[in-house]
Design a protein around this ligand. Structure first.
Ligand code: SF4
Length: 371
């Protein structure tokens, strides 16, 4: 195989059990995976598979589909078979849909046994079916759907309440010898969410699915998720992540991947190190950074490219990068590994950087470095 660049992740990972979501391992030291959820009607098989294909192309590793009706349940077998990535069925109350999802070959099911118990207690049968098919289950506790008993006990969805709820849910499966479980304790407030996961991480060894629920529109949701996941992942907590945005799901995946790359939990690909610009800038840094980013999109090697607005800090910063430019006087000094290799007029900066990037990428590929 091709040797990877050594990763230096931000922290040692918490030791957790490992489950297999189809071909994707979660927990037990497996790389942190990125997941998302479709927004189509699951019963619309064509549209759902189309969205799954888009998610797959954006780097999504596991996809969840909602299953609120019989028509959705009926669609699961085809979707699970044709999807390029493992499919998790998301079920709230009806045991019959859980059985259908397991039979359909879904890679996992998200269901809370507490809900099942409340109406038609088939937790034992679910545990058996899941075990027979090797189907893991995610227990997903949300602030919004917290057990009434715990709401009364704690007054609101505190970290303790979320964790007590999750561990109680898990115990309903454990009673039947079923431990192929991952857990989430989501809250829309990152502080409560972070504390809930910290507590949960101490109290069990199940792999954890991180999420800030109802995080909001793209900007706010991105920040909330990045901050919360960053806090937890920097303590080694978290085995799979889902960024929730009120935006197309492929956006969630992009954000999730970027969070993992930022923490060295995943090999960085192209990284543009551009300065924020200031009164010394002698070029439109934003435009230049955008042009360079667009020009280098799709490069598969972990290349660090510096785009600096002036020659004051430019060369210093560019030295840390594989490639860089520092602008001044209508020209750009092009750096490779910290050495000025040429000076070009401003109009040639982007094409020169792309040219040099290609050369370096070729060399990296020959040396067997890929992302
Ligand atoms: Fe300002 Fe130059 Fe630093 Fe950019 S590199 S922020 S222009 S001093």
């Amino acid at each position: 195989g091709v040797p990877e660049m050594p990763l230096r992740p931000i922290a040692e990972r918490r030791v957790s059990r490992r489950i297999e979501v189809g071909p994707v391992a979660v927990g037990g030291g497996a790389p942190v995976s990125v997941q998302s959820m479709t927004t189509t009607r699951t019963s619309d098989i064509g549209a759902t598979l189309q969205q799954i294909a888009e998610l797959t192309a954006s780097g999504c590793q596991i996809v969840r589909v909602a299953c609120p009706t019989q028509d959705d349940a009926d669609a699961l077998a085809t979707i699970a078979r044709k999807s390029q990535i493992p499919v998790i069925a998301d079920i709230h109350f009806q045991p019959k849909y859980v059985f259908a999802a397991i039979e359909a070959g879904c890679a996992a099911v998200r269901v809370n046994p507490g809900n099942i118990k409340q109406f038609d207690d088939q937790v034992k049968e679910i545990a058996r079916a899941a075990k027979d098919h090797g189907t893991p289950i995610r227990i997903g506790v949300n602030a919004g759907s917290l057990d009434r008993r715990l709401l009364q006990k704690y007054g609101k969805a505190t970290p303790e309440a979320l964790v007590e709820s999750a561990l109680w849910e898990a115990s309903l499966f454990e009673e039947h010898g079923f431990r192929d479980i991952k857990i989430s304790v989501k809250h829309s407030d990152p502080v409560i969410m972070v504390n809930a996961y910290r507590l949960l991480a101490e109290r069990c060894d199940y792999p954890l699915h991180l999420g800030v629920t109802e995080a909001g529109p793209a900007f706010q949701g991105t920040i909330k998720s990045a901050v919360a996941f960053g806090a937890l992942l920097s303590e080694g907590i978290g085995d799979t992540i889902r960024v929730s945005l009120s935006a197309p799901p492929a956006e969630e995946v992009k954000v999730g991947i970027q969070i993992l790359e930022s923490l060295n939990l995943r090999q960085r690909r192209l990284e543009i190190v551009s300065c924020p610009s200031c009164g010394r800038a002698q070029v439109d840094v934003y435009k230049l950074a955008d042009q360079v980013t667009a020009g280098l999109e799709g490069m598969e090697v972990p290349l660090r490219v510096a785009v600096m607005g002036c020659v004051v800090n430019g060369p210093g910063e560019a030295r840390e990068a594989d490639l860089g430019v520092a602008s001044g006087n209508g020209k750009g000094q092009i750096f490779v590994k910290g050495e000025v290799i040429k000076t070009v007029p401003e109009s040639k900066i982007v094409e020169t950087l792309i040219e040099e990037a290609m050369k370096i990428a070729e060399q990296m590929e020959q040396d067997g470095v890929t992302s």
